[in-house]
Design a protein around this ligand. Structure first.
Ligand SMILES: [Zn+2]
Length: 375
C-alpha cells in the first residue's frame, strides 16, 4: 500500500515537472527576442575594483646607481642595481600582464651614459603598458623650483619618444598651490599624494590618495585583503598600492620580489582590474560622457555628449552592458565584425563577451553598433 502511494507520488512529481518545463519553454518561444541596454559600468569590463600599483624613486642617473639614492638627505638607499632592475626583470618575465606606474627621478644626466636605463624604461612603457610618471628631477622637498618640477617631464619625453607624461608623483607627497598650477598648465592631469586613504574612485585627480603601503615593516597583506573586500562593495572601488623598490622599504631584493608575487596573486584572484592612473582617468571621463541612442531594436549609436579632457587618439574602449533574450551570433561596429572575447584582460580592447543573458560590448565611440540575434 505504502509502496503504491510512493510510486504514485513520484509519477505525479514527474508529470508536473514535464508540464512545468514544457509550459515554460512554450512561453519563452512565444516571446520575441529583445535587447535592453543596461548601462555603462564604472570600471572597464565591469570589474569590481581598479588596482593601481605605484613605484616611487626609480632613478635614471648613473650617479645614483653607483652611489645610492638620497631619499632622506644624507642617508643613501640602494636603488637601481639590486632592486629596480631585479624587479623589472621579475615582473616582465613572471607577470607581464601586470602594469605599474613608476615615478622617475631623472636628474639632469640624461645623456649617452644612461641610454641603457632609458631603453629599459621605453621597453616597459611600449611593450608592457607601464606608465612613466614624473617624480621630479632632483627629488627636493617643496617649494620646488621650475627646473625641478618641469625638468623631469622634459627628460622623460625627450628619452621616450612620442610619450607624454600625464602623472606627477611629488616627492614627500606634497605640492604647493603654485606648483600645482604650473603642472596644470603643462598638461599634467594626475597628481598622486601619499595621504591615506582611498577605496573608491578618486574624487580629485590632482590629489589621488593611497590605499596601502607595501614594505617589510607593515602588515600589508592583511590590509590589502581587507581593503579589497571593502572596495568590492562600493562597486566603484579603487585601490592604490605603493612602495619604494629600494632598501628604504625592503631588506633585500628577494624579499621585495616575493612580496610582489604575493600581492599580485591576491589581486589577480579577485575580479580586479590592474590599471594605470592615466588609463583609469580616461575610462572615468569616458564613462561619465558616453551616451547611447537606439536606432532600431538591434542597432545603437554610441557617442560622447561632451568634449573629453584629453586627445582623441587616447580614447579607450568603454564597456556597454545589454540584456539579451536570444542567442547573439554577431556584433558589428560601423559595419565591421567585432571580435568575440573570452575574457576582458587588463588592457581595454574592443570586442564583445557573453555571460549568461548579458552581452558586454567594448567599443571606442563614436560608433554605430548592431547586434545580430539568432531567432
Ligand atoms: Zn621619492
Amino acid at each position: 500500500m505504502l509502496r503504491k502511494a510512493i510510486i504514485i507520488a513520484v509519477l505525479i512529481v514527474a508529470i508536473l515537472t514535464i508540464v512545468y518545463f514544457s509550459f515554460e519553454r512554450a512561453e519563452a518561444e512565444s516571446q520575441s527576442s529583445y535587447i535592453t541596454f543596461k548601462g555603462v559600468p564604472k570600471l572597464y569590463g565591469n570589474y569590481d575594483t581598479a588596482v593601481i600599483i605605484r613605484l616611487d624613486d626609480f632613478v635614471a642617473d648613473p650617479y645614483y646607481i653607483s652611489h645610492g639614492f638620497p631619499v632622506i638627505p644624507g642617508k643613501s638607499t640602494k636603488a637601481y642595481q639590486e632592486y629596480e632592475l631585479d624587479l623589472i626583470n621579475y615582473l616582465i618575465n613572471n607577470h607581464p600582464e601586470a602594469r605599474l606606474v613608476f615615478g622617475i627621478v631623472t636628474s639632469d644626466n640624461s645623456g649617452e651614459n644612461n641610454t641603457y636605463i632609458w631603453n629599459l624604461y621605453r621597453e616597459v612603457v611600449e611593450e608592457y603598458g607601464w606608465e612613466a610618471a614624473s617624480h621630479t628631477r632632483y627629488h627636493q622637498p617643496p617649494p620646488r623650483n621650475i627646473t625641478d618640477i618641469l625638468g623631469s617631464l622634459k627628460d622623460i619625453e625627450g628619452n621616450i619618444s612620442g610619450y607624454t607624461v600625464h602623472t606627477y608623483i611629488p616627492p614627500y607627497g606634497k605640492v604647493t598651490k603654485n606648483e600645482l598650477s604650473i603642472l596644470r598648465e603643462n598638461g599634467i592631469k594626475i597628481v598622486m599624494s601619499d595621504k591615506p586613504f582611498e577605496i573608491t574612485l578618486p574624487k580629485n585627480w590632482y590629489d589621488v590618495h593611497i590605499s596601502l603601503k607595501m614594505s617589510d615593516r607593515l602588515p600589508w597583506i592583511d590590509i590589502l585583503r581587507l581593503e579589497l573586500s571593502l572596495a568590492k562593495y562600493t562597486k566603484n572601488g579603487c585601490i592604490i598600492i605603493y612602495t619604494h623598490p629600494t632598501s628604504f622599504d625592503w631588506k633585500d631584493p628577494e624579499q621585495m620580489i616575493k612580496a610582489f608575487n604575493e600581492m599580485l596573486n591576491i589581486v589577480e584572484k579577485g575580479n580586479n582590474w590592474i590599471t594605470t592612473p592615466y588609463e583609469l582617468y580616461r575610462y572615468s571621463e569616458e564613462q561619465s560622457s558616453v551616451s547611447i541612442k537606439a536606432i532600431n531594436s538591434t542597432s545603437f549609436y554610441v557617442y560622447f555628449d561632451r568634449k573629453l579632457n584629453f586627445s582623441s587618439q587616447d580614447i579607450l574602449p568603454v564597456t556597454l552592458v545589454f540584456q539579451v533574450s536570444g542567442k547573439v551570433t554577431d556584433v558589428t561596429a560601423n559595419g565591421i565584425q567585432l571580435q568575440k572575447l573570452n575574457s576582458f584582460g587588463y588592457v581595454p580592447k574592443e570586442g564583445y563577451l557573453i555571460r549568461g543573458n548579458l552581452l558586454y560590448i567594448n567599443i571606442v565611440p563614436p560608433k554605430s553598433i548592431n547586434i545580430v540575434i539568432d531567432k
